[in-house]
Design a protein around this ligand. Sequence first.
Ligand SMILES: [Zn+2]
Length: 178
Amino acid sequence: MATLTEFQQQVLAGNKVKNLFVLNCMLFVTELVNQLTDEYDSHPQLFDNMLEFIKNIQEYDRKADSLKFLILFQLGILKETGLQLILHKCVNCKNDFSAKWAEAYFSSQANGIICKDCEASFADKIKLNKEAARCMADLKSIGQASEKNLLEIEKILIYHFTELSGRPPKMAKHILGK
Ligand SMILES: [Zn+2]
């Protein structure tokens, strides 16, 4: 993607990026968009959103704020490429997610949240902590999420992107700090 690379260079050269995490977030989203789109399948809206993301994330100083913005953008990429996750109910039995659920799981294969009664039918799944599950089911509550829970959600999304493309995103380790 020649245009994308050129733009990236311009943005990074024209602005002083405040911190390394923000820079890593920018590189990460360009990698994801590149991975999830084909050269001849244009997604003008997604491309515009990505440019907006790259511009706007530079406003954030706190890692938690950058992470929230990154998570919402990643969910947007999935939606825009026809891979929207189902997070407000169990994909299998369609029961709405409730904070009273004793356990919740994420399955990449199922493309979303799986409840305790259905999890046995899904080989690939990650158990979610309660708070992360609640934030994913109700994205409005992500504003109050702690950095720990945001990283938990980000880990799930990276797992999902890894399953989708068959390999971990190169930038993943810089985002999760490992
Ligand atoms: Zn279920």
